[in-house]
Design a protein around this ligand. Structure first.
Ligand SMILES: Cc1cc2nc3c(=O)[nH]c(=O)nc-3n(C[C@H](O)[C@H](O)[C@H](O)COP(=O)(O)O)c2cc1C
Ligand code: SF4
Length: 604
């Protein structure tokens, strides 16, 4: 194969005695695909098989419980604390051996983040260390190539490492001792040549916690025991390690760079999405790269990079739907851009080729077109703007990554020879094609519950598109849902902004960490937030609001209506099945749109 600019990603590397075929790691990502009793499920295995098939060098199974129930971390966390689970792990390893990814499993004990480790007796600590040994022995005998100790994210090993949670005065106050003793226990059970890696908190990002200087010293010590170190984050804010969309790609790769050089490979973690970024890290900052959500969104990322098909990559846009599922709801993960997550089903050709006419070029219509075409149908797609509502969603500050999804669909749909109709569809246009099936993915229209006063009341989409511009004005944004907050965030760059929201809180329903980051940004931009407040009257330059039964006059230069949107269905076609999907069915988000696009196309 000719040399490509990404070749360094595909160079093999040794982790202890194990030869790993390339520099990419699929890190532990809790799926909640396991069973409630800690056993593995078929879906669980398939999810990992898909990522191994995609060519990842090292695949690390999500956090698995070494000590049940006290160390349990998540509703469906797999258990590796007892031989009762050995057959599950053996079956998993056997299935994964059909691919040539090295396999590992993350050994996790949640610990007691609020209490720290000072209260643990010596005997108890020894018991926990033994549980890591048992877990590693199960993995080793089941056929795993190595195991990983979870030593970051504020979990137990991190609690021993951090001065904030470990102020013991006995020998365990030597904060690396716990991690070292775990390693020795694993060696006792599995031999020193069975590699053990560690996900290491090299910076707690918290006052009084592990600093990067200390993280470097810890890594220097642990390199004598562990065969690879992932430079990760400790006890600090969760949004730094599950970063929402606005974070810069690979912003924390410097953590890996700063703990190098070590005699063992070091991996960089966090928001590595584009191959250009990944290869630059492998060249200059780390020996390996972690591709977490990157491979959730597109398990074939490595294949596409290797084959020079980088424009076909479906990049993780950071919508946090997976995090919402795992951390807010503790349910099965799902992905905003990859509807196969949680299904892992084969996309078979349809039994009969049909003429499918899709109206609407937003994520629902585009996904429906992609899957319909893959299944062999004749597909016609009408759109007045390719990407639909994604074109609005990508505009507010920090939302630029949404453009990646538009680019992906453009490349995909070109590949499948879909008939593109770059125009607003009229009923007659659709009818004249004599479709067998019609999919209406026509999206939504903003909703205006107050009088449309000219030169005073504007719709949020006019503002986002830049049809109307403000500078140095006082602006009220009516409605503090996600769209209202994001519109306010954009306006606040050069205006004084007040959000008025009827509900008690802003951006309700949004994933917790993304919401925290957005609200913090609004605060930093001095946006006034009137919650539990409703707009009762709108006059020119004056808005009357009411809170707790009391009315107040707010003077402003403009009112931006962000009260939500309503499904928009311009027509239906008689005599053939009409499927209504995405926001046209009910106004929601990217995840619901791609999901419904996928599902409808799998049915026809
Ligand atoms: C839904 C979800 C679940 C995760 N579960 C785990 C886990 O079980 N153990 C762990 O160490 N990290 C977990 N992580 C963190 C990831 O391994 C990874 O470090 C993080 O997502 C940043 O990398 P990325 O931007 O490539 O996804 C999880 C992340 C997500 C999004
Ligand atoms: S759900 Fe969103 S954040 Fe999670 S992997 Fe998919 S695109 Fe990325």
């Amino acid at each position: 194969m000719p040399k490509s600019m990404y070749d360094e990603i595909f160079e093999p590397i040794e982790i202890g005695k194990v030869n790993v075929k390339n520099r990419a790691i699929f890190p532990p990502i809790s799926t909640n695909f396991g069973k409630e009793d800690g056993h593995l499920s078929e879906l669980f295995i398939r999810h990992y098989e898909t990522r191994a098939r995609g060519g990842v060098g090292l695949l690390i199974v999500e956090n698995s419980c070494v000590s049940y129930p006290e160390g349990k971390h998540g509703a469906y966390e797999p258990r590796i604390d007892s031989w009762e689970f050995f057959n599950d792990w053996q079956k998993f390893a056997k299935r994964l051996k059909n691919y040539d990814s090295a396999i590992s499993v993350e050994l996790t004990h949640e610990g007691w983040k609020k209490r720290g480790v000072d209260f643990l007796s010596d005997e108890k600590i020894r018991e926990i260390i033994e549980s890591y040994g048992t877990a590693a022995e199960i993995a080793c005998k089941a056929g795993f190539d190595m195991v990983e100790v979870q030593g970051a994210h504020g979990l137990l090993v991190n609690q021993f490492l951090s001065p904030l949670t470990n102020t013991r005065e006995d020998s365990w106050g030597e904060r690396t001792k716990f991690a070292i003793e775990i390693r020795k226990e694993i060696a006792k059970r599995c031999g020193w040549d069975f590699p053990v890696t560690i996900r290491l908190a090299v910076d707690d990002f918290l006052d009084g916690g592990i600093t990067l200087e200390e993280g470097k010293r810890i890594a220097d010590v642990l390199q004598d025991y562990y065969q690879m170190i992932q430079a990760d984050i400790g006890l600090g804010p969760k949004e730094l390690r599950l970063e929402p969309m606005p974070f810069q790609q690979a912003w924390r790769a410097y953590l890996a760079e700063k703990i190098r050089p070590l005699k063992v490979p070091v991996a960089a973690v966090g928001m590595i999405r584009e191959p250009e970024v990944a290869v630059e890290i492998v060249r200059n900052k780390a020996d390996m790269i972690v591709l977490g959500r990157t491979l959730i969104a597109d398990p074939e990322w490595l294949i596409k990079v290797r084959e020079g098909r980088v424009n076909e990559i479906r990049k993780c846009i950071g919508c946090s739907e997976c995090i919402k599922a795992r951390h807010d709801e503790d349910t099965r993960i799902r992905c905003g851009v990859n509807p196969q997550v949680g299904r892992e089903i084969e996309i078979r050709r349809a039994s009969a080729r049909r003429r499918v006419v899709i109206v609407g070029g937003g994520p629902a219509g585009l996904e429906a077109a992609r899957i319909s075409a893959m299944r062999g149908h004749e597909v016609h797609l009408f759109y007045d703007e390719f990407g639909g509502a994604l074109n609005l969603a990508k505009i507010p500050p920090g939302k630029e990554k949404i453009q990646w999804l538009i680019d992906y669909y453009r490349a995909e749909l070109e590949k499948y020879g879909i008939e593109m109709h770059d125009k607003k569809a009229l009923k007659g246009d659709v009818e004249s094609l004599e479709p067998d099936v019609v999919i209406l993915a026509t999206g939504s229209k903003p909703f205006l519950p107050c009088p449309p006063l000219r030169n005073f009341v504007y719709l949020f989409d006019e503002v986002l598109r830049g049809d109307v511009k403000f500078e140095g004005k006082k602006i009220v944004v009516g409605g503090g849902g996600l769209v209202g907050c994001e519109t306010a965030n954009m306006l606040a760059e050069s205006n004084e902004v007040i959000i008025v929201e009827m509900l008690p809180e802003l951006a309700m329903g949004m994933e917790t960490l993304s919401r925290r980051v957005l609200l913090r940004e609004l605060e930093e931009k001095n946006v006034a937030m009137l919650t539990g407040t409703k707009i009762v009257d709108v006059g020119r330059r004056e808005i009357i609001v009411e809170r707790d039964g009391e009315q107040m006059l707010v003077e402003a230069d403009a009112l931006i209506a962000a009260f939500g949107s309503k499904p928009y269905i311009p027509f239906r076609i008689e005599g053939v099945p009409n499927y209504i999907i995405g926001d046209a069915s009910s106004v929601r988000n990217i995840y619901s749109a791609t999901k419904e696009g996928f599902e409808v196309a799998m049915r026809i």
